[in-house]
Each structure stands twice: as C-alpha cells, then as structure tokens.
Design a protein around this ligand. Sequence first.
Ligand code: AMP
Ligand code: MG
Length: 344
Amino acid sequence: MKTIIYDMSDPEQAERGYKEAAEILRAGGNVAFPTETVYGLGGWTGSEEAVRGIFTAKGRPSDNPLIVHVCPGMDLSPIAVRIPETARELMRRFWPGPLTLILWKAPEVPDAVSAGLPSVAVRMPSHPVAMRMLEVSGLPVAAPSANLSGRPSPTTAEHVREDMQGRIPLILDGGPCEIGLESTIVDMTVKPPMVLRPGGLPLETLREVVPDLRMDPGLGVAANVTPKAPGMKYRHYAPKAPMTMALGTPSEQEEKIRQALAQARGKKRGVLTVSEHVKDYDAEAVLAIGSLDDPDEMAAHLFDALRRFDELECDVIFAETIPQKGIGTAYMNRLRKACGGSTI
Ligand code: AMP
Ligand code: MG
C-alpha cells in the first residue's frame, strides 16, 4: 500500500488531506492524524473493518482497547451512556484537551473498540487538524497512538512514517505534537474517579474539579497489581538498549551518570539530559531534550529522543530524572517504563 503524507500547514494539501481522510474513514480505512498529545491512528468507531485495520497495522494485542475521539457538537449518546455529572463537568472544563474519560459503553460501539470491556474511553483532542478532520468526516474516530506496538508513541509525522509506511494509506502531517506525552486517563465508572494513566493533563489541575481523585494502585512502582487500563501492563516506550535512570538532586544525578559512563567505556553510551548539562558528559550520544527549568519542553521531546537512541544504535543509555509534579508525573511514568524500573 502506498502511504500519502499531506503537509497540513499548506492550504492546498490541507484541503485534499481533509477530503481524502473523510473518504477513507467513511469507507472503513485508517488515517494517521496529529493531536496535541501524540499522533493517532484512526478508524471510524462504527466500522468493524476499520477497527480491525488499526490492530493489524500496529500489531496491537486485541485485549488493548482504543480511545474514541470526538469533536465539539458531536452526540455522545451512541458512544457512552449513564454519563455522571462529574464527567460532564470535566468535559466542560478540560475538553478539548489531553483528558480521556472512561465511561459506560453504548451498545452501538463495537466490542473490538473496547476490547470486550463494558466501558469505553472518550476524548476530544484540541489539535486544529484533529478537530477539523473529525468535523469534516462527521464520524467518531477510534484511535490509539500511531506507532507499531511496543515502540514509543509518535510525536511527529516522520515518526509515524517510520512505523506505518506501507501499512496505511494516509498520514496528516500537523507538525510536532505540543505536549508529546499521551492523554491522562480517568475512570469515571468508579467512585471516586480513578486515574488509570498520568498524562498531558496534570493531576493537580484535575484535583481542582475532583478533589477525591484516586490513583490506580496498579500504577505503583512496587505493586504487584495489574493496572486497570489494559495498555499500561505492556512493556511500552522502551528503546532497544537497556536504559537506567539516575535519582537524586541534579548534581547527584550528574555524578552517578558520570561514574556509570566511566564504567561503560568501550560501549556506545547514550545520555538523556538537559541543555545545561550537555558539556558535562563524555559519551557517544548526549541528547539534550530541553532546559532544566522547562519540564514541558522535555516532555515534548522524550519520545523523539528514545527513537534517536535506537537509530544511533546505543548499547547503554543513562537518563536524568525530573520531579514528579505537573507534567513531571507523566514524564517519569514513561521514563520509568522505558528503563524497565532500572535506577542508579
Ligand atoms: P493509546 O492511545 O495507544 O495510548 O491507547 C489507549 C489507552 O487507553 C490504552 O492504555 C488502553 O488500555 C486505554 N483504554 C482504552 N479504553 C479503555 C477502557 N475502557 N478502560 C480502561 N482503559 C482503556
Ligand atoms: Mg499507544
């Protein structure tokens, strides 16, 4: 299959892009599109064929459900039922935006979308290209991240091309994703609501509306509990080389990484760091993904860096860590997974 990529910042290509995306979606095909979190691989929620196509293109395990994407004005009643008032309040306050709500599934939604669960994940993305694509097609679009299963989520159209070339007919290029980490998932079918995945919307902000918000115990570092979001149990976001993260203050981390680098001499060594520390490391691949005082910038570039360590064929990788507050909670969740829990 030939994969066409349209640059959506070019008005002519954008017009063709929206038109062709709508045609493909209505016919039960798949389209990759940008959102403010990561790129999604979409298919019409109502088409079993489209939903099957997503799982096949990604090589995704069939027990890992998708997120249904909607745009302003779309009727939620054929998607979710018995929507609690708190969920409506979260929608009013944070949609469009990086918040996915788990709601009771309407019977119209095929079981393949929810992987047989009685609940369904719903989100309204704020990226203008995603919004317009949903609006023009007029369809709710089920989508996971547009990466091959097990690879870091794509945050540029180039990442999508790397993974999906020849597997899907169309990629809408909307530039690099602003947030760069996936949405925050909150389960609204339980009381009090429970966070199943930290993400682009900080927990501190969510607590302004839901003060009694809980965290899924399955997200804990040491816990032997299976996470409630099926996707969180898989080994995700991992570069090919073993990766270890350094704990402590920035200067303690630096010292630990310098020692580890000295011990790993002779190997191709990678370091994930900030611009302020680039010069302090003697290694083959030192990637600065932002500034020490800008965790948003680091979050936006994390997945790209993981992909670059693979390209550079590093043998070992050491990463600095950031405080678990604001976007830092989601950042550290993804980094911990990439490191498989390995710390120094
Ligand atoms: P992705 O967009 O690739 O991050 O995949 C969607 C995420 O949403 C995965 O982690 C899924 O396990 C999660 N998810 C989707 N639907 C549900 C649901 N009904 N209950 C719990 N988690 C869900
Ligand atoms: Mg994913």
